[in-house]
Design a protein around this ligand. Structure first.
Ligand code: FO1
Length: 329
């Protein structure tokens, strides 16, 4: 421990975090208790973004924003608490093409506002900053890129027919029932990292991988040119929290996507998938037996209770992650 008390917030640490959906939201609430929020930059996946009813919907940017603002729906995992779905109900009655995607009435305001700004010439980064500011968020929330990158899946349906689906069509419209054969990030090779992304990944004292889906959430961020190199160059102070506990994701579809990428569905399998990028890896107590397998790859391992039952648990987990990254707060 440094010269300051354990629970103070004056340790001068800057942290960058790579983030996706609900696991990231919970973790980030803990991180901004461990480190002053002004010193946290969150780089967010936009591969799930989709146009619905002419609106730019950015599920992971919104998840991060709503969780940090304390307005997320903890049980549903996405969207806002106290939400109603009257507009979506009406759109379904009208037979609107995109109405399979449930947009809450409060959430709709975010998409209307973001789309309006973008139509007037703002970048996604600028629109994101405006939304974060409305919610009083002190952390810097950055999309991974201002350019369009789209996560698409090659799947086989129940009859064995091949389909090519947007991530949201796979997960929401079709309920994740198809067998995933491959995942790709269309547009990633041409995309440029958004302003501040590569700078924060290079300049932070620690970079943390949130416990997010390694394929659908972290995968698109790593596919943006320059991101992998920025992490590999400072690998020793990069650490992650395993999203896989006891051989399964706590939530979501990582267990269906990891095998399609040839990755074992385990805390060790994900660490190996991030090989060359990680200096430290946090695994749950249930996976303690895997620590040696990860350590032989030159990665420091911390074993802890990683279940974020509340913000206090998330803060403890964030402190463990910072410590294993070599930047205790
Ligand atoms: N998930 C669902 O399971 N059903 C939905 O209708 C749905 C709508 C939705 C709208 C806005 C938003 O920000 C997220 C939404 N999600 C919905 C969650 C989303 O599909 C995924 O969980 C994330 O993209 C993964 O991080």
């Amino acid at each position: 421990m440094g010269p300051f008390a354990h629970d103070d917030k004056i340790t001068p640490v800057h942290v960058a975090a790579l983030a996706g959906g609900v696991g990231a939201g919970k973790f980030l609430r803990g991180l901004v208790r461990a480190v002053p929020a002004e010193r946290v930059t969150v780089v967010v996946n936009t591969g799930d973004d989709i146009r619905v009813h002419g609106l730019h919907v950015a599920p992971d940017l919104d998840s991060v924003t709503y969780w940090l603002a304390g307005v997320a729906d903890r049980d549903r995992g996405w969207g806002r608490s106290g939400e109603t779905f009257r507009a979506t109900g009406e759109l379904r009655a009208l037979g609107a093409a995109g109405a399979w995607f449930g947009l809450g009435d409060l959430d709709l305001a975010t998409h209307l506002f973001r789309t309006g700004l973008i139509d007037q010439g703002a970048t996604l980064s600028e629109a994101t900053a405006a939304i974060a500011s409305r919610f009083g968020i002190l952390a810097r929330v950055l999309p991974m890129s201002d350019e369009t990158v789209t996560t698409r899946l090659g799947v086989l349906d129940e009859a064995g027919r091949p389909l090519d689906l947007h991530f949201q069509e796979y997960w929401v419209r079709r309920g994740g029932r198809d067998r995933v054969k491959n995942v790709r990030f269309d547009g990633a090779d041409r995309a440029r990292a958004a302003p501040g992304v590569l700078e924060s990944l290079a300049g932070a004292d620690a970079v943390l991988f949130c416990p997010s889906n390694p394929i659908a959430s972290i995968g698109p961020i790593l596919a943006v040119p320059g991101v992998r190199d920025a992490l590999a160059r400072r690998r020793t102070s990069v650490a992650g929290v395993s999203p896989i506990v006891g051989g399964a994701p706590l939530r979501g579809m990582a267990d269906r996507l990891l095998p399609a990428a040839g990755v074992e569905v385990s805390a060790a399998g994900v660490a190996e998938h991030y090989e060359g990028l990680l200096g430290g890896w946090v695994i749950d107590e249930r996976d303690a037996a895997m620590a040696a397998r990860i350590r032989v790859r030159g990665v420091r391992v911390a074993v802890t209770d990683s279940i974020m039952v509340d913000d206090g648990a998330a803060e403890r987990l964030a402190r463990v992650a910072l410590r294993v990254a070599g930047a205790p707060a």
